[in-house]
Design a binder for this molecule. Sequence first.
Ligand SMILES: [Zn+2]
Length: 182
Amino acid sequence: MNSLTFYFAILILACSHLSVAAEKTDSKKKKTLRKAAAHVHGSSELNIVASGNKFSITGSLPMDDIAGFERAPHNETESAALKSAFDLIKDGKLVAPENADCKIADPKVFVDPTFDKTITHYEVDIDLSWSCQSPVKNLKVEGFNNFKNINALKFLVLDQGKQTSLSLKRSEQKTTVSLSKK
Ligand SMILES: [Zn+2]
């Protein structure tokens, strides 16, 4: 192999590595963009399904709305803040059924995928379900009081097969909302 051929061989090898690296970065970028495009800070839409005695709330919120940042925690203080935000949601302090003697079962609050430095707009996914003793008539919405960055919440409701939607704004200062209200 003469020195020129050797040089080209090295160059081709280097380029192929670079293009693999670029592809990897691209797929992460796409993921980041998808996450970023999917949410509006301060405003979230959640799904509520009431069926028989079962009541569930699912969906996602911008992580900024509940934690004040949208990346992996940088220190113990941020880790603790994130954990206590997750615990508040699991305790029904974002939104929960009111006055129907409901018990929450195995609440899930998480980020998906787990923290990755390239994603700068994380969302928090919630999956909460309750078993209730009577039909749920009202929602208890404490999210505006417990999370200062939440300004609007919309609920798409499927209540015993009937669809409605509810939109709430912080300025309305409501903590109880009838499920059947349009
Ligand atoms: Zn964001």
